[in-house]
Design a protein around this ligand. Structure first.
Ligand SMILES: Nc1ncnc2c1ncn2[C@@H]1O[C@H](COP(=O)(O)OP(=O)(O)OP(=O)(O)O)[C@@H](O)[C@H]1O
Ligand SMILES: [Mg+2]
Length: 192
């Protein structure tokens, strides 16, 4: 599904991503772990195709991916209902997302009136509603309370798609059935 070979990307004088070999199979859920600045978001950006590697190859044997960047922005005056109707019209699918993230209670609000956690519920729904083969999520549990973090984990455990997720969240690490890859200083230091 995804094969990384001899990947090298220099980001600064002191930091580079270096991954000699990494394969991710169809349907696998992979958590990218590691301390602040270890390279998780950078690796997701490279896999998403936003950043080009300096060297190496990334072979993708799939068509569509859905990416939730850490700095996703919403148009302040748009109402949640308008966004959601546009997304479901495009993707023609909405699983149980509307129930899981309880978007209906936010429908009448413009994006500028959403709390951080409410914004994250909308953003996650927008990313997950897209019918993609691979989903790249950067700290998807950000700003979610305990209830919605558990809802997120439940839905991820139920979806049989490939997910690559950067996280620090203990609950996600413990409860999501996943392979764990730990990065340090741009390199893989542990796989389990
Ligand atoms: N656009 C950029 N230009 C130069 N260096 C960058 C850039 N983006 C990130 N870096 C550097 O790359 C390193 C890895 O950053 P990255 O954002 O990938 O870490 P992370 O593992 O996602 O950290 P966090 O847990 O804080 O989200 C850091 O040292 C950071 O300063
Ligand atoms: Mg990050």
């Amino acid at each position: 599904m995804l094969q990384i070979k001899n990947l090298y990307k220099k980001l600064s004088e002191t930091f580079s991503i270096e991954i000699p070999n990494l394969s991710i199979n169809k349907g696998e859920k992979v958590l990218l772990l590691g301390e602040n600045g270890s390279g998780k978001s950078s690796l997701l950006r490279i896999i998403a195709g936003i950043w080009k590697p300096d060297k190496g190859t990334i072979i993708k044997s799939y068509n569509v991916q859905s990416y939730s960047p850490p700095d996703f922005s919403l148009i302040p005056d748009l109402k949640v209902r308008t966004i959601w109707e546009a997304y479901t019209a495009i993707w023609n699918a909405h699983w149980e997302l509307i129930k899981v993230f309880n978007l209906e209670e936010l429908f009448t609000l413009p994006c500028r009136a959403l709390s951080d956690g409410q914004k994250q519920r909308l953003l996650l729904s927008m990313v997950l509603v897209k019918s993609a083969d691979v989903y790249l999520l950067d700290e998807p549990e950000r700003s979610l309370d305990k209830h919605y973090t558990n809802e997120l984990i439940n839905i991820l455990n139920r979806i049989h798609k490939t997910f690559i997720i950067a996280t620090h969240d203990r609950t996600l690490i413990e409860k999501l059935h996943s392979r764990k890859i730990e990065l340090k200083n741009g390199k893989v230091i542990c796989e389990c």
